[in-house]
Design a binder for this molecule. Structure first.
Ligand SMILES: NC(=O)c1ccc[n+]([C@@H]2O[C@H](COP(=O)([O-])OP(=O)(O)OC[C@H]3O[C@@H](n4cnc5c(N)ncnc54)[C@H](O)[C@@H]3O)[C@@H](O)[C@H]2O)c1
Length: 305
């Protein structure tokens, strides 16, 4: 029998016994399971725990928590002894519809998000919406923004029918839409860039806020600014805008810090800032490129409107 280590967020301690229903039990290791845990320090803490407990290549990791914990434990799984099996059990809406799919994992540095990471698929993912019963509403909104994003990328009417709070069927549909894109482009050389819609500006805002803003909230502001930059059709702006759950007010930013964060985006080409393009069917490719000043101008236009 493989030895199972369940790495879980403090916030889901009360749900641990529910894992047995899914045939999962083992040694529990608790971490805070928050964004600042996506760090080299926390990564090494887990590696050291596994080593001290003689965790072997044939053993099993379970990642039980939100997207931050999944990204961290996914990276541990990918790199401990060059790769061990991991089962993802997402406990936030965002992790269910987004972070648990597609195998991307990552650690942050204080000046850049997800700057370290690999692509490594979990052996299995368990979705159980019972875990959402303890999730605060502002965190549910965060996942809902990613559902709006994936719906905005699809042309099958999902955006129109999507509503808050989402049903299990909607969660399944959002998962499927992401899985289809990932299947076409696992290693992110083409279409997968679409999933970053709203994230160039969103990630810059997260850096500026020292990762204290909810990921989904930052992405919501990012979507608003990127729609302006891409000159999105009015009906698209209206439909997407109506679904976005947080207060629509865009935060003002310190210009130099904002531009410096934008310049670190992985989609950039030379000096140009890469923006995911949901309108690729009309041309322009999956990523369109703009000058930093174009992005700043769009930001300021949305900020004052
Ligand atoms: N790998 C990917 O493809 C991918 C995609 C999207 C986002 N992400 C990453 O996901 C992270 C954001 O994930 P998130 O929104 O889940 O936030 P999170 O993981 O930071 O969780 C938010 C908070 O909710 C707590 N929590 C988790 N489950 C809970 C529950 N059931 N009840 C009560 N509290 C609970 C967490 O402990 C944390 O304090 C970011 O780091 C982002 O970069 C990764």
């Amino acid at each position: 029998m493989p030895h199972t280590v369940i790495i879980h967020a403090k916030s889901v301690r009360t749900h641990l016994d529910k894992l047995e229903k899914w045939g999962l039990s083992g040694t529990a290791f608790e971490i805070d399971g928050v964004e600042t845990d996506k760090s080299i320090e926390c990564y090494l803490k887990i590696i050291d725990f596994l080593t001290e407990n003689n965790f072997k290549r044939s053993d099993l990791l379970v990642a039980f928590g939100g997207g931050a914990l999944l990204d961290l434990v996914g990276f541990v799984a990918a790199t401990y002894m060059r790769g061990v099996d991991v089962i993802f059990v997402p406990t936030t809406l965002l992790a269910m519809v987004d972070a648990s799919i597609g195998g991307k994992n990552g650690l942050n540095r204080p000046w850049a998000k997800n700057i370290i990471g690999t692509t490594y698929l979990p052996k299995k993912t368990v979705i159980d919406i019972e875990f959402l019963s303890t999730l605060p509403e502002d965190q549910l909104y965060s996942g809902y923004v990613e559902m709006v994003k994936i719906a905005a990328l699809s042309d099958d009417g999902f955006l129109q029918k999507l509503h808050y709070p989402p049903t299990l069927e909607m969660i399944d549909q959002a998962r499927q839409l992401k899985e289809e894109i990932v299947k076409e482009d696992l290693l992110d050389h083409g279409k997968r860039a679409l999933l970053n819609f709203g994230h160039t500006v969103g990630h810059a805002l997260e850096v500026l806020n020292k990762f204290k803003m909810h990921h989904g909230e930052a992405v919501q502001h990012g979507i608003q600014v990127e729609m302006e930059l891409l000159n999105a059709p009015d009906d698209f702006i209206q439909t997407v805008g109506k679904k976005l759950p947080y207060n629509k007010k865009i935060p003002s930013v310190e210009t130099d810090a904002f531009l410096s964060a934008l310049k670190k985006d992985k989609k950039n080409l030379g000096e140009k800032i890469g923006i995911s393009n949901p309108f690729y069917r009309q041309g322009g490719g999956y990523i369109r490129y703009f000058s930093v000043n174009d992005v700043l101008d769009a930001y300021l236009r949305v900020l004052v409107s």
